[in-house]
Design a protein around this ligand. Structure first.
Ligand SMILES: Cc1ncc(C[n+]2csc(CCOP(=O)(O)OP(=O)(O)O)c2C)c(N)n1
Ligand SMILES: [Mg+2]
Length: 319
């Protein structure tokens, strides 16, 4: 039997994955500012601990459902950075030949069911994947990531209800970053503790510090274990914060400066550093290695060709 990994074993891989996500997102922002990225991107800066802590407990063949803010989810699943960056720049070498871009980024080989531009749209898809795993008796688990504002969509209620009724192998992860675009969730929802909604579906619900990668990891480990054993879903609310506006073109000035500063002071990477599990030399070594990966991904994406015009007519219908 394999030994359970302790915090000191996990600190290096967690730091690497969070730093990789952060640097990737910073470079996406740079591409946008240089006018090299078609459309917009919703950056995951500040929320890195959620995807990294949660995906660390998954098996290779498990599934995840993602949102418009999906880059971090794919990176935490080990998606190829070159193909991701190329996709975001609309290049032929991207995961979907440049046709999906940032908001529809996906990696089928990593169990990603697709990022989704429809708020709450991915939750029923994730429940479908969980039902499929039950039907095929594979013991695969699905993680469904979504934002606070998504919990006010009808799809959320319908999907969580049926998953609970059928004890499906799924974990619902709310990334509560307090805002849906410019709308403060506290102004449009009476009960601010979103995990309490679990009571209405008869499933466990808990709120954790979503900037603490170990807190996310531990909560997800229990929930995934429970789901895999056939005991049904869990609703986990991760409190976190996005550093930028809603997307790269949004200054985000509807948020009080003190609020932004307070959350930035409690951000996931610094928080892990403060635990003192990694030496300065180890951190430098991780940063150098990640920097090389990121530079390579940017170069690959920039140098890749755009798809030929004829590609506009392929992959439109399934044969
Ligand atoms: C069904 C639907 N309604 C509205 C929108 C416009 N929209 C895009 S993102 C967003 C806010 C999403 O907020 P949240 O779920 O909290 O995720 P976050 O952006 O904070 O990660 C809205 C309203 C949409 N894309 N789909
Ligand atoms: Mg939100």
């Amino acid at each position: 039997m394999s030994k359970k990994l302790g915090y000191s074993d996990l600190a290096g891989p967690f730091y690497t994955a969070m730093y990789r996500t952060r640097r990737f997102e910073e470079e996406v922002f740079e591409f946008y500012k240089r006018g090299l990225m078609p459309g917009l991107a919703h950056l995951y800066l500040g929320q890195e601990a959620v995807s990294v802590g949660a995906c660390a407990v998954l098996r290779e063949d498990d599934y995840i459902g993602s949102t418009h803010r999906g880059h971090g989810h794919l990176i935490a699943r080990g998606a190829d950075l070159n193909r991701m960056m190329a996709e975001i720049l609309g290049k032929e070498t991207g995961y979907s030949k440049g046709k999906g871009g940032s908001m529809h980024i996906m990696a089928m080989d990593k169990g990603i069911l697709g990022a989704n531009g429809i708020v709450g749209g991915e939750i029923p898809i994730a429940v479908g994947a969980a039902y499929s795993a039950r039907y095929r008796k594979t013991a695969q688990v699905t993680l469904a990531f979504f934002g606070d504002a998504s919990t006010n969509e009808g799809t959320f209620h319908e999907a969580v209800n049926i998953a609970a009724a059928w004890d499906l192998p799924i974990v619902f992860i709310i990334e509560n970053n307090l805002y849906g675009i410019s709308v403060d969730i506290r102004k449009v929802t009476k009960e601010h503790r979103l995990s309490k909604r679990a009571v209405g579906y008869g499933i466990p619900g808990l709120t954790i510090d979503g900037n603490d990668v170990f807190a996310v990891y531990e909560a997800c480990e229990k929930a995934v274990d429970r789901a895999r054993k056939g005991e049904g879903p869990t609703l986990i609310e991760c409190t976190t914060y996005r550093w930028q506006g809603h997307h790269v073109g949004d200054p985000g000035d509807y948020r009080p400066a003190e609020e932004v500063a307070a959350w930035k002071a409690d951000e996931p990477i610094g928080k892990l550093e403060k635990r003192g599990l990694l030496t300065e030399a180890e951190i430098t070594c991780i940063k150098d290695a990640v920097e090389a990966e990121i530079r390579a991904a940017c170069k690959f994406a920039e140098e890749s060709p755009y798809p030929p015009e004829t590609e506009a007519y392929t992959d439109v219908f399934v044969e």
